[in-house]
Design a binder for this molecule. Structure first.
Ligand SMILES: [Zn+2]
Length: 306
């Protein structure tokens, strides 16, 4: 008797597991069908390849002042050049002192078609934690995801020139205390008064809850309705929240100089500042939806008066 019961249980379990497998396959198929319907203003594969490249072991975790950081710097500059991004200063690099060494911001310019003397600074940081105890901290989410979005925007602007001038800022030494961005705000190359808004992206590539947060409207309420009316992509939800992140990334220097900012980021995850923040652990669909949502926000802002 017991034996026939066991067989029944096994059969039941088998039935349930193939049911759930079928269901998850169906969901994945539906999701990819939905994804294919969404219009992206950039090439998703190229975007993901940038993250994969910059977060590969060859970049040794991109710690400021290391060969890995120099390799990342050269990669970003070569992508900017391919996309006809101009250097903001004499060249793309802005060297700044950092204790016994130096860091280097990368600053690109796309001249605005209608308001060329009003600048929107779109930023991310290319440095990360480097190598510790033999472990490489690849920083796929933190912040290869933001830097790759920056390059995707450059590709978009090549075909769709913005009305405002755009400064594409790949900051260095964020992990050392926001050093590169604070230096830039004090040495903006253009007049500081011409800097109208900072859009900062730091960790935008994964969220189990599919939530992308915007910080800034809490201080600059003129952006609340633009954020709330931003058309999001896919099943991502865009939320205003986490005011406590106001000083947690490169937007802090702009805020201190009373330049409005909108910071986009996700809540911390189990791989935050761990050697496991690898490309394999990002959420590609959420990420592409996040980048498209931020670009949509930019377009809405660019069409408004700042
Ligand atoms: Zn970061």
């Amino acid at each position: 008797m017991i034996q026939s019961k066991n067989i029944l249980i096994v059969l039941l379990l088998l039935f349930i597991s193939c049911k759930t497998e079928k269901a998850s396959k169906k969901e994945a198929k539906e999701q990819s069908e939905v994804q294919t319907e969404i219009v992206y203003d950039f090439d998703k594969t190229i975007l993901l390849n940038h993250v994969k490249e910059l977060s590969s072991d060859a970049y040794e975790g991109r710690e400021t002042g290391t060969q890995g950081a120099t390799k990342a710097k050269n990669y970003i500059i070569s992508e900017f050049k391919k996309l006809n991004v101009q250097p903001l200063g004499n060249d793309f690099g802005q060297v700044f002192p950092l204790k016994e060494m130096q860091g280097e911001n990368i600053l690109g310019l796309i001249k605005g078609s209608e308001k060329p003397t009003e600048y929107i600074v779109i930023s991310a940081h290319y440095d990360h934690e480097g190598i510790k105890n033999g472990d490489i901290y690849n920083g796929a989410d933190d912040d290869a995801s933001g830097i790759s979005a920056l390059i995707a925007f450059a590709a978009y602007f090549q075909k769709n020139p913005p009305k405002h001038s755009v400064i594409l800022a790949a900051f260095d030494a964020e992990e050392k205390g926001l050093v590169g961005s604070f230096y830039y705000v004090k040495n903006p190359i253009v007049e500081q008064t011409q800097l109208k808004l900072n859009i900062n992206m730091d960790m935008i590539s994964r969220s189990d809850k599919k939530e992308l947060y915007a910080v800034g409207p809490q201080h600059y309420p003129q952006y609340t309705s633009i954020i709330e009316n931003t058309k999001t992509s896919g099943d991502l939800s865009l939320k205003i929240g986490h005011k406590e992140w106001t000083h947690m990334s490169d937007h802090a220097g702009f805020h201190q100089a009373k330049i409005p900012f909108i910071y986009f980021g996700v809540e911390d995850h189990e791989d935050y500042h761990k050697p496991t923040d690898d490309f394999e652990n990002i959420h590609p669909i959420f990420y592409t939806n996040a980048v498209q949502t931020i670009l949509t926000f930019f377009k809405d802002v660019d069409n408004s008066s700042l």
